[in-house]
Design a binder for this molecule. Structure first.
Ligand code: BGC
Length: 756
């Protein structure tokens, strides 16, 4: 991934650097010559403004907009004696910088990672910001409003940190539970992932900055991510991963899409005509710009002509493909001038459409961030994403009578785990423990200073003690005689690596088994990147999946454990019983392969039958099904009716809280053809609603099912077709717990590629 080619400071760079130094403000530019600079007229449409600005640009201006720099010094990058140093107007230790055109009032682009907040590249002095729970945790809330609120909060911190492009919005489907980046994404279902991610993007962009839908597409494993070639046919692709991107794009309207590292059907994603020109731009009508992932550009002519609009993060690539080489390629006619114009225009369009020009960022204003308010946002998100997986005999919430609680492992006396890599947010007090995790990227393995133990101590009168769990015998001994034992099971995952299996690492399964043997009242709290197996499940009393719960995550866990908050998260991904149940029991590729190899993986094995769809189709019983989650109260779902509605259908149903506590239930609507209609799997999630109910309260709710989820995609005609016939509509609390089913007749429908 990391190139050792020369940093070439060509004329483009030099001119851009000079222009970037010229003092100016947007306000001055607007006041000075509004008539001569019509693109600064807010009353015009973003399209008209982009056209006008483009018309005023020189060739060098256009080239400036399509070439981005890494905004961190890169000691790993040497060209002779030269080191890569980030542009002086970039923000230190951040992801990227693209020069602006001050003469025209077009600001620079300051780019920051990522989906859980404002990240910092590894540095002794990271910026300290609020971290949301992991993306998969937010997906586990099944609450689009929560995703929006989280996005709005981190977008505000990005803006006040001086950034106007946030590289957030990871929606790659969880096809592979061992993927080290599952924590950044939103689970395995295209509807849930698309809606959650789209809302996060919308929230971020409400701050007048651009957000970036990524990693487009099929970057579903980290092993060999820079060269693995994913094989998948068009139909299966459009009904699975691409549908997640399509929905997220419709909901979130991101200014930018980031193409991924991997190849798809033989071509790198960042020079893939099918993905970029045909699907994204032509079929979905995406008007923003495609930026490459850092080090994912592999050519000039092929990349430009096949749809890449902006090369990112120089000096990650092997060559500065969109710098001097692109100028040459346009001069020589290999890349049409109209294409370079389109590339620059797309960047401009996104900047106008999302307010980057009208409401420019004002540099570093981080001292004005309302961290106290933001802590509440991330805590609420974490609380609603925690999933109660098991609770025998009402072991949780912690009994008021408990006198002695023993807490074991996971640095629960200090805080909670976070995921590693470019998305790493450092928060006030966050800490790396010596000897844990890799020395380099995607480390440092980082814990946030939000202690579940302290949160429990503050809420109970019990005597609470802590052991790190390294000595299994001592842990089991301490567990004996306690009123409750809470073991924290952690699995650190990070960018650039997958986990070898789904077991908790470092002997933790043995630790949990030994503790559970010593005391039946053992609760396991998991902090994992995604699904794990639980060989000790039958022997423990309760299990909470808390994911990576963000910088207020310890408080969130404590509030759920003590019953101050009733858990309401539901799994956004199937937890398999073993890797043998997966389409690929062994991951394809090999971490030891070099960059010039060409490994393959075949997604046509499962096609669009990702996650629960695969399990349904194969009749496999997972450890925990997609959509699963318990509560401290009880709910009754019923009164289901459904009818055709527009080109899709609408379901109406009721949810009643029949227990004694306030609580939230995730009502799920699954759909299935009554007779074979050529679907990839027996059923699909068609809709969902999260209802907040007082004891005894009942609500009547509705969910509309998008017609694409009732049909199949035809590649030749680029249409979705709903077959005439009977369809089952199921009201459920998980993919395996169906409360009620009704049948509805649908007429034949044909929809265009956008599902309309
Ligand atoms: C990651 C992207 C990230 C970029 C910039 C890459 O390694 O894959 O998600 O936005 O770096 O830091």
């Amino acid at each position: 991934m990391i190139s050792s080619h020369a940093v070439r400071l060509t004329a483009t760079t030099a001119i851009a650097a000079i222009l970037a130094c010229a003092p100016f403000t947007i306000a001055q530019a607007q006041d000075a010559a509004p008539a001569a600079q019509p693109w600064l007229n807010k009353d015009l449409s973003p399209d008209a403004r982009a056209d006008a600005a483009l018309a005023a640009m020189t060739q060098e201006d256009k080239l400036t907009l399509v070439f981005g720099y890494f905004s961190t010094n890169a000691p790993w990058f040497t060209a002779g004696t030269k080191r890569f140093e980030f542009p002086k107007d970039g923000l230190p230790n951040s992801a990227g910088y693209v020069y602006g055109i001050p003469r025209l009032g077009i600001p620079a682009q300051w780019e920051t990672d990522a989906g859980v907040g404002v990240a910092t590249q590894r540095s002794p002095t990271p910026r300290l910001r609020t971290a949301l729970p992991s993306g998969i945790s937010t997906a586990a809330t099944w609450d689009p409003g929560m995703a929006f609120a989280g996005g709005q909060m981190i977008g505000n911190e990005a803006r006040l940190s001086g950034f106007n492009v946030q590289l957030a919005g990871g929606v790659d489907l969880l096809r592979e539970p061992r993927n080290g980046r599952n924590f950044e994404y939103a689970g395995e279902d295209p509807l849930l992932a698309g809606v959650i991610d789209g809302n996060e993007i919308k929230g971020i962009q409400s701050n007048h900055i651009v957000s970036t839908l990524k990693h487009y597409a099929f970057n579903d494993q980290e092993t060999d991510r820079n060269m693995i070639d994913v094989k998948i046919d068009d139909k299966a692709a459009r009904e699975s991963d691409l549908l997640a991107f399509q929905i997220a794009n419709e909901v979130g309207q991101p200014g930018s899409v980031m193409c991924s590292y991997n190849r798809v059907n033989g071509y790198y994603a960042c020079e893939n005509d099918w993905l970029l020109n045909q699907v994204l731009k032509q079929d979905w009508g995406f008007k923003g710009y495609v930026m490459s992932d850092w080090g994912a550009t592999h050519s000039t002519v092929a990349a430009a002509n096949n749809g890449l609009d902006q090369e990112s993060g120089w000096a990650f690539d092997r060559s500065a493909y969109f710098e001097g080489a692109l100028r040459e390629a346009v001069n020589n006619g290999f890349v049409p001038q109209s294409r370079l114009d389109d590339m620059a225009r797309r960047v401009l369009y996104a900047m106008f459409a999302h307010g980057l020009v009208d409401d420019p960022v004002q540099g570093d204003k981080a001292d004005t961030i309302d961290y106290a308010a933001h802590a509440k946002v991330t805590q609420a998100d974490a609380e609603d994403g925690i999933v109660l997986l098991k609770n025998d005999k009402g072991l949780l919430p912690i009994a008021k009578t408990a006198k002695k609680i023993v807490i074991i492992g996971g640095h629960a006396d200090f805080g909670v785990l976070s995921g590693g890599g470019s998305s790493q947010v450092y928060a006030e007090g966050s800490k790396h423990f010596d000897g844990e995790g890799p020395d380099g990227f995607p480390g440092p393995l980082t814990y946030y200073a939000s202690s579940p133990m302290k949160g429990i101590e503050a809420r109970t009168s019990a005597k609470v003690s802590y052991l790190d769990g390294k000595d299994v015998k001592a842990a089991a001994k301490a567990a004996r005689g306690a009123d409750m034992v809470i073991v924290f099971g952690t699995q650190w995952t990070g960018e650039g690596m997958d986990v070898p299996d789904l077991n908790l690492p470092d002997n933790q399964d043995a630790l949990i088994s030994a503790v559970a043997k010593a005391n039946k009242k053992t609760v396991v709290v998991l902090e994992t990147g995604g699904p794990v197996v639980m060989p000790w499940l039958n022997n423990v009393g309760a299990v909470l999946e808390a994911w990576y719960p963000g910088s207020s995550g310890g408080e969130a866990i404590a509030r759920v454990l003590t019953g101050e908050v009733n858990p309401s998260g539901h799994l956004p991904a199937t937890f398999p019983a073993s890797v043998d149940q997966l389409p690929r029991p062994k991951l394809d590729g090999d971490p030891k392969l070099g960059p010039d190899t060409h490994p393959h993986t075949d997604y046509d094995i499962e096609g669009a039958a990702v996650g629960y769809k695969w399990f349904d189709k194969k009749g496999l019983k997972p450890l925990f099904p997609f959509g699963y989650g318990l509560s401290y109260t009880a709910f009754q779902l019923g009164g289901l009716s459904a009818q055709a509605d527009g080109k899709g259908l609408k379901a109406s149903f009721s949810v009643k809280n029949t227990g004694a506590k306030d609580g939230k239930e995730v009502a799920q609507i699954y759909v299935a053809p009554a007779t074979d209609a050529g679907w990839e799997a027996p059923k699909r999630l068609g809709g969902f609603v999260k209802a907040d109910l007082k004891p005894g309260e009942s609500q009547t709710l509705t969910a509309s099912v998008d017609p694409r989820l009732l049909g199949t995609y035809d590649s030749a005609s680029k249409t979705w077709t709903i077959k005439a016939g009977d369809y089952k509509v199921m009201l459920a609390t998980s993919a395996a717990d169906i409360a009620q089913t009704v049948t509805v007749h649908l007429d034949q429908q044909t929809l265009n590629v956008q599902g309309k």
